[in-house]
Each structure stands twice: as structure tokens, then as C-alpha cells.
Design a protein around this ligand. Structure first.
Ligand SMILES: NC(=O)c1ccc[n+]([C@@H]2O[C@H](COP(=O)([O-])OP(=O)(O)OC[C@H]3O[C@@H](n4cnc5c(N)ncnc54)[C@H](O)[C@@H]3O)[C@@H](O)[C@H]2O)c1
Length: 364
């Protein structure tokens, strides 16, 4: 049996049932699935992945599920454009044709696209089927697979149709990172350092100290970084499962980042790249308000730059372009754009009074 490096718990005790679930982090987990997923036994499975991840990791998951079990295998084309209602409908069609029931386990093997889509398909299937996350990108491992936000895109915008539906387990097999392209790894690292900025100054310092080891993908260091990121996300989600308040701090860098993604065209900038740049803008504004030292701007910038992440916004975007794009975002609160800033390193605060001049200064 593989030995996990870390096992954490997302504590969700509100409501009628205990919906807490484990996040297991280690090597070789996919090949040993049954050992880590509660009550998998002979449960039928709807296994969703894409045509990039399938050749790499599907065989070991199939082998772990055995030959006796009913498994509906759905291999989608790669790409964000699959995260829509048409593909969700295709998953439901296949699951219904194969006579799956609510006790069937949906499994998402892939990055955030497969995870969000599969979770959403599970949430709606027979009013809520079981599901587990098998995230294979760093971004999915530290962010999208934890917390139960599932959904699809709509022609009117990203992630506009969705549901909160918690997985029964998240298995983070570190072996999957071996095939992940550097650009995707870097995009995930933006979310990792975000957790240090908003919740944990010691973790931020630790990340800066370990920049070279992280860039070199040192296994133990990467495992620790993932575990701390998941622990922070789990803690925030446990306190505010449905984003009534606190959970919004996880959007640090995202308000500006979404504006960049939208203006530059989705896919041209990876989500993590846009978030990296968005965090730089938010940190510069925090510094110019005197809430964090100027040196923090430089430390964050050096860290992101070491991974090749963008630290300056596209030259064609003015402060007004940002404001216009952000006004269309979900994070608008009664007509005012909601920003996450730092009132010190390790503590995020929500504000709605950032001026056009402050943005102009931060992107200059
Ligand atoms: N639910 C949430 O809380 C949440 C949070 C953040 C982001 N998201 C969503 O996540 C999505 C982005 O996720 P992502 O960055 O993982 O993108 P992705 O799922 O598109 O994966 C990125 C690329 O890496 C490939 N890939 C995946 N695993 C691989 C591996 N191990 N080796 C080689 N290639 C691999 C994928 O096929 C894809 O081409 C967006 O749709 C975003 O909206 C959701």
C-alpha cells in the first residue's frame, strides 16, 4: 500500500449530516484508490477524464477499480470549452444509459476543468450523486478540487452556472505532476503563494526561502507546499462553505485577474497567470495605502518572476479597462466592485473603495 505524505480533513459539520472529507496527498495513490476512498467497495463508477490525461493516468485508475465493477469511462476532448452544459449533458446521457444510480461514484481525473464539470454533473445527477476528485494539475490540487465549488461556463461568462457539491475525498497523487508542463505548474504556484499572502506569513516566508526547490519540483518540498495550501483552503471553507463572507478572501488577485482573462481572451492567459498579475496589483495598492511594506511587493514579484509568471499587466489595459471589465464580474456587491487587499502580510481584507487613480498607479 502507498503511504501518504499528508492526510488532512475538510471539516463540514453544519446541516443534517457530517459531510467532512479527507484530502490525501502522496505518491502512488491512483494505483491504490480503494485504500483511501471511504466506502468504495463494489460501487459503480462514472469516470471522467480528458484525452491528455487519459493516456497518462487512466490505466492505473482502471486497474485499481478492478475488472468486476461497472465503470462508465468518459474521455472528453481537452480544453476549457468542454466546461459547458452540452458536455455535462453528455455525461448525464452516458450515466443514464449505463443505468447508474445515486450511489454511483463520479470520479474526476484531471485538472480544474474536468473537476468542475464532473462535480457539477454529479451534483445534478439524480439530485446529487457521490463524487471524488483525483486532481492532476497543481492548480486543481491546491485550489479547485477542494471546497465543493462546481460548475460550468455560460456564453454570458465563466462559471456562471454551478452548485456547491462537496466531494467525498480528494486524492492528490504527486506522481501526476511529473508530466505537468512548466507553464501549468507555475500557474498553480500563483495560487500557492496566494495562501501565504492572505492567511499565513510564515508560509509566505517559507515559500520564498524554498523558491529554488519549488522551481526544481523537489518532491518533499512540493508536497509540503500543497499540504499547507490545502489546509488553509480547508480551514476557510469549513468556516464559510458557501462564500457568505470569509471565503471571498480566496479571491485575492482574482478580481483584477478575471479582468485580464476577459479582456485578453480566455485561454491566452492561464488563470494562474492572470491571478499572479492580479495579486501584484492588489499588493501594490495595499502598499501604497501603507498597509504592507513596499518590500513585500518586491518579494512577491521576485517569487512569481522566478516561475516565469507575469507581474505586469498587458500594456493595452488602462485603469478604466480594468474597471469596465471588473464591473461585469460576479464579485460586484450592490453595484460596487469588491476588492481583496492585504491589511498586513497574512491577513486579507475586503474593500469596495479602490479608486481609478489607485489602480492607475498600481499598473503604471
Ligand atoms: N472550483 C473551484 O474552486 C475553482 C478554483 C480555481 C479554478 N477553477 C477552474 O479550474 C479550471 C482551470 O483548471 P486547470 O488550471 O487545472 O486547467 P485544466 O483543467 O485545463 O488543465 C490544464 C492543462 O493541463 C492538462 N493536464 C492536466 N493534468 C495533467 C498532467 N498531470 N500532466 C500533463 N498535462 C495535464 C490538461 O489536460 C490541460 O490541457 C478553470 O475552469 C477554472 O475556472 C475552479
Amino acid at each position: 500500500m502507498s503511504i501518504p505524505n499528508h492526510t488532512l480533513q475538510v471539516e463540514l459539520r453544519g446541516g443534517v449530516e457530517d459531510r467532512s472529507y479527507p484530502i490525501v496527498i502522496g505518491r502512488g495513490l491512483l494505483a491504490d484508490l480503494g485504500a483511501f476512498v471511504p466506502a468504495l467497495d463494489d460501487v459503480p463508477v462514472v469516470l471522467v477524464t480528458n484525452d491528455t490525461v487519459a493516456p497518462l493516468y487512466l490505466p492505473r485508475v482502471r486497474a485499481a477499480l478492478g475488472t468486476e465493477r461497472k465503470v462508465t469511462e468518459i474521455i472528453l476532448p481537452d480544453g476549457e470549452d468542454q466546461k459547458d452544459l452540452t458536455t455535462a449533458s453528455h455525461i448525464w446521457q452516458r450515466a443514464l444509459e449505463d443505468r447508474h444510480e445515486r450511489r454511483s461514484m463520479f470520479m474526476a481525473l484531471g485538472g480544474g476543468v474536468v473537476g468542475d464539470l464532473t462535480g457539477f454533473a454529479a451534483a445534478c445527477f439524480l439530485r446529487g450523486a457521490r463524487f471524488i476528485q483525483l486532481p492532476t494539475t497543481l492548480l486543481a490540487q491546491v485550489d479547485s478540487s477542494v471546497g465543493g465549488k462546481t460548475g460550468v461556463n455560460h456564453a454570458m461568462g465563466k462559471n456562471l452556472i454551478g452548485a456547491f457539491h462537496q466531494p467525498e475525498a480528494v486524492l492528490i497523487d504527486l506522481d501526476t505532476l511529473e508530466s505537468l508542463p512548466d507553464r501549468e505548474f507555475a500557474a498553480g504556484m500563483a495560487e500557492v503563494v496566494k495562501y501565504g499572502c492572505i492567511c499565513d506569513p510564515q508560509f509566505f516566508d517559507w515559500l520564498i526561502e524554498h523558491t529554488d526547490a519549488l522551481r526544481g519540483r523537489d518532491g518533499a518540498v512540493v508536497a509540503d507546499a500543497i499540504a499547507r495550501s490545502c489546509a488553509i483552503k480547508a480551514e476557510v471553507v469549513a468556516k464559510d462553505e458557501r462564500e457568505g463572507g470569509l471565503r471571498a478572501i480566496l479571491n485575492y488577485g482574482h478580481t483584477f485577474g478575471h479582468a485580464i482573462e476577459q479582456v485578453m481572451g480566455y485561454g491566452n492567459w492561464l488563470h494562474g497567470e492572470a491571478v499572479a498579475c492580479g495579486m501584484m496589483i492588489a499588493t501594490r495598492i495595499s502598499a501604497s495605502r501603507g498597509w504592507v511594506p513596499d518590500a513585500l511587493v518586491e518579494r512577491l514579484s521576485d517569487f512569481l518572476d522566478a516561475f516565469g509568471l507575469p507581474v505586469a499587466p498587458p500594456s493595452e489595459m488602462s485603469a478604466q479597462t480594468f474597471l469596465d471589465a471588473m464591473a461585469l464580474d460576479k464579485k460586484v456587491d450592490e453595484g460596487r466592485i469588491r476588492y481583496v487587499l492585504l491589511d498586513r502580510l497574512g491577513r486579507a481584507t475586503l474593500v469596495n473603495d479602490v479608486s481609478c487613480e489607485e489602480i492607475a498607479e498600481a499598473i503604471a
